[in-house]
Design a protein around this ligand. Structure first.
Ligand SMILES: [Cu+2]
Length: 486
């Protein structure tokens, strides 16, 4: 996978006064992006309101006086209801029809992204562009149900409408507030399971900066079914089909020109934390089939997160759309090995489906992983030699959990965090045991392994070690299964 086409020009000095290069094509999306932002704020508020409403609904018991239009009596009638879609709600949120009534929905998309509305996620409108209208003939209604937007994540974000059929033969699970309790159950992880033969770990080796002062990178956004634990797959949302996405690396002053191509089925975007650009321009969301150019000069050293910021960003990050960009500090010392560990959480949906936004909203993760896979480097220990100088870069991609990065059996003699050295070798002989990171923070540690054997890689927030945040360095020719007896 050669993503970084390095445009090194031998002998070309990194011109400090180089004018900002050509800008990417700018669409008219600026105001749209602004409204997406407003919608994102609004959706967070709507979720809060919905949560409060749900609590209220429970405490007040049933909603027998749901208001709504007068129920048409008798069968054989047709009822047409105007429905408005936006980020992320359906208005009205609940409608009533008498059993036996033919229901027609006149659906307008007042949002900034494409949406649809389908009864049980199956029957309804096609995808409606912003500003568009469509009609859905749902047929004769005999029992209560729900209609929702089928763009992944939008139902969970609030785009669901209750259809209450009055006078129907009672269906036990018809009423009630739990909209998200789907029929599909979430996949579960067996933390003792082994990957199948032929499984390949995510390569933890961090390649050196490619050289040159300009980096042209193309990143394809999309949705990809990926194995995240032995036997467990999810439809992750990805950059270049992997979780984490590709690692970019350069030096202070380098110019990155990134072309984001949306090969997916929904809107995506990209936000480079190493860049200083206007949020409503380069970081705007693009629809399926679209692309944008995002150019920035790396003015600061460090390890920076990049991620999709399309609303709900929690869902896009929590479902895999993140990666690292490393800008080398000028005085980076030579080492024998450099590795990169991106810590993140998994919030499992049903097997083969996207992650569960409701779990993400509750910080209710199923696993904490390094480089996207449960216990990845205990299944595939990282082989080094005792006495070698090792640098481990760490990025906490979250979206919500912190890291206390630690390697059992070592003391770090160098710690670099968020653009600064916290510890370097010196007369104090200071030692560090853990690199503490909040989501979207990063750094590196340096150490050597004193003797042949196994050295677990963990976050010292130990509840997460039992949930997949475990790897191994293996120094020398030892049996990597020895750890089982530890
Ligand atoms: Cu995305």
């Amino acid at each position: 996978m050669t993503l970084i086409e390095d445009r090194s020009r031998a002998g070309a000095a990194p011109a400090p006064g180089r004018p900002a290069g050509p800008r990417g094509p700018k669409g008219p999306e600026g105001p749209t992006a602004f409204w997406a932002f407003v919608a994102a704020i609004g959706s967070a508020f709507a979720i809060l309101v919905a949560a409060i409403a749900a609590v209220a609904a429970v405490s007040l018991s049933d909603r027998d006086s749901a208001g709504g239009s007068a129920a048409a009596s008798g069968t054989g009638e047709t009822k047409t209801v105007a429905v408005a879609l936006s980020e992320f709600k359906v208005e009205p949120a609940s409608i009533e029809v008498a059993a036996g009534t033919e229901l027609i929905l006149q659906v307008t998309n007042n949002g900034t992204m494409a949406h649809d509305l389908k009864l049980d996620g199956r029957t309804g409108t096609d995808m409606i562009d912003p500003g568009g209208t469509a009609t859905a003939e749902l047929g004769v209604m005999e029992e209560s149900g729900q209609a929702w937007c089928t763009v992944p994540g939008h139902k969970e974000a609030g785009m669901v409408m209750d259809i209450v059929v009055t006078g129907a033969a009672a269906t036990d699970n018809g009423g009630g507030g739990d909209t998200a309790a789907g029929a599909d159950t979430a996949a579960t992880i067996d933390f003792q399971a082994e990957p199948e033969a032929g499984w390949q770990p995510y390569d933890p080796v961090l390649q050196p900066a490619p050289g040159g002062v300009e980096h042209q990178v193309t990143l394809h956004a999309g949705e990809t079914e990926i194995e995240v634990a032995p036997g467990v797959t999810q439809t992750m949302w990805t950059f270049e089909g992997s979780v984490p996405g590709p690692t970019l690396r350069g030096r202070i002053g380098d110019l990155f020109t990134v072309t984001l191509v949306n090969d997916g089925q929904m809107d995506h975007s990209i936000d480079f934390h190493a860049s200083e650009v206007a949020w409503n321009d380069e970081m705007r969301s693009i629809g399926p089939g679209e692309q944008l150019v995002y150019q920035f000069k790396a003015e600061h050293s460090g390890i920076f997160m990049y991620h999709c910021g399309t609303s709900p960003a929690l869902h896009h990050i929590g479902n895999g759309m993140y990666g690292a960009l490393v800008v080398d500090p000028p005085d980076l010392a030579p080492v024998d090995h450099e590795y990169l560990f991106v810590q993140s959480e998994l919030y499992l949906g049903p097997q083969g489906q996207p992650g569960d936004l409701t779990k993400m909203q509750g910080s209710d993760w199923d696993a904490v992983v390094f480089n996207g896979y449960v216990n990845q480097y205990s299944h595939a220990p990282i082989r080094v030699e005792a006495g070698q100088k090792i640098r481990a870069w760490v990025l906490d991609a979250g979206p919500s959990e912190n890291s206390s990065f630690h390697i059992v059996g070592t003391v770090f003699d160098t710690v670099y965090k968020e653009g600064e050295y916290l510890l370097r070798p010196g007369p104090n002989q200071g030692g560090s045991q853990a690199l503490d990171l909040q989501p979207a923070q990063g750094g590196f540690v340096e150490f050597t392994l004193a003797e042949n054997g196994l050295y677990p890689i963990v976050t010292h927030k130990f509840a997460n070690v039992g949930k997949g945040a475990l790897g191994l360095f293996q120094a020398g020719e030892v049996d990597p299964t020895d750890g089982a007896a530890h």
